[in-house]
Design a protein around this ligand. Structure first.
Ligand code: ATP
Length: 362
């Protein structure tokens, strides 16, 4: 187990009672503003001492209230990247990076400055001052500095929140490289942006009012109807993995996943590449019969796995498509009229332009 967290903490009116475990890869801690994400990540970093509980990294206890253990932050060997890069303004990029290396224990395993610069594209920036860097570049330097301290785990608190859409797109591939490359450094990643989490995370922990509401492999949690109110009805939807099969002359790409073929526009990956697709629940329609004369290109035979009726007019339907699950958000009236119930074979109708290929080359 990479990280075990089981803590309670009170700050003013806010009470936190959180437990989860994180394995390898990227664990995203998702929640709305005020859910307690920063409190949790600060407790893991040692910047905050919880009232009670236990935190262990790679089995090594960092905090244990019963046995009065509290390892100070500098001894935890965790790299922390904040929302604002917090670079030293009077030092060059090179010197900022060297500062990270200064804190790495001599016997620690980890990348050297050259490989970090290559990984994060920092070589052309080495002599620049932080004030001359864009927001995305600053975050890459902050990430490089954290990596050079040779941490056992990276903690990232909303690292992209202060960047605009284009800068975000610039930095996401670096985070993917970190996740998939030889470093394989475990990352605890705090975010309130579903698109980031869907793209990056392996494990998803949904936090609400200081409590874990759902936790597990990303694809399971994203396809869980109970997660819909936590993620937001417009943001909820399954994440599936597909392989790029062919690019057609008309700009559409054929992708294969366990539930069949999908035809989507705007897929930039090479044939054979694996991509993550985010299929928003509000963009999946359900039909009892195979529709004819419909403009939608993607019609998949599926089986209703579960129907989750909400308190309002909306319902969430889990559809089994091969080994994958899709989530559809339709009205309760439609559920009744179509007599949808578990085991019912039907068809999922997905508009090609509504599926976002969100991650490439996993
Ligand atoms: N020292 C404190 N005294 C009183 N309340 C506090 C203190 N620290 C945090 N809180 C409250 O605890 C709650 C959780 O804060 P936290 O920063 O962990 O949330 P968050 O999920 O990271 O939110 P955001 O995304 O807005 O940063 C908030 O309501 C905050 O006001």
């Amino acid at each position: 187990m990479t990280l075990e967290v089981q803590i309670t903490h009170r700050a003013g009116d806010f009470s936190l009672d959180t437990r989860f475990i994180a394995d390898e890869g990227i664990t995203a801690l998702f929640g709305r503003s005020g859910a307690g994400k920063t409190t949790v990540i600060n407790a893991v970093a040692g910047l905050l001492q919880p009232d009670a509980g236990r935190i262990a990294v790679h089995g090594e206890v960092m905090f244990d209230s019963k046995n009065a253990v509290f390892v100070p932050p500098a001894k935890r060997r965790l790299g922390y990247v904040f929302q604002d890069a917090r670079l030293f303004p009077h030092l060059s990029v090179r010197e900022n990076l060297q500062f990270g290396a200064r804190y790495s224990p001599a016997d620690a395993k980890g990348p050297d400055q050259d490989s970090v610069c290559t990984l994060l594209g920092l070589t052309p920036l080495l002599d620049r001052a932080p004030a001359t860097l864009s927001g995305g570049e600053k975050q890459r330097v902050a990430l490089g500095r954290a990596l050079l301290s040779k941490p056992r785990m990276l903690l990232m608190d909303e690292p992209l929140a202060s960047l605009d859409g284009a800068r975000k797109q610039e930095i996401l591939p670096y985070l993917e490289r970190l996740r998939d490359g030889p470093l394989r450094l475990p990352i605890l990643y705090v975010s309130h942006a579903v698109d980031e989490v869907a793209r990056l995370a392996d494990t998803l922990v949904l936090l609400e009012a200081g409590r874990v509401q759902k936790a597990g492999p990303l694809m399971d949690v994203m396809a869980d109807p109970a997660a819909v109110p936590l993620l937001g009805v417009r943001e909820a939807g399954a994440v599936i993995e597909a392989t790029v099969m062919a690019h057609a002359d008309d700009g559409l790409t054929r992708l294969k996943f366990s539930g069949g073929d999908l035809h989507l526009p705007g897929v930039q990956a090479e044939v054979g590449a694996k991509v993550r697709l985010r299929v928003l629940a509000q963009d999946v329609l359900v039909s009892r019969d195979r529709p004819v004369g419909l403009s939608a290109l993607n019609i998949l035979p599926v089986t209703v796995q579960a129907v989750h009726l909400g308190n309002g007019p909306g319902a969430a339907v889990v559809l089994q498509a091969g080994k994958d699950q899709l989530l559809s958000r339709i009205t309760t009236r439609a559920v009744k009229e179509l007599e949808l119930e578990p085991g019912q074979p039907c068809f999922a109708v997905i508009k090609a332009t509504s599926v976002a290929p969100i991650s490439i080359g996993r």
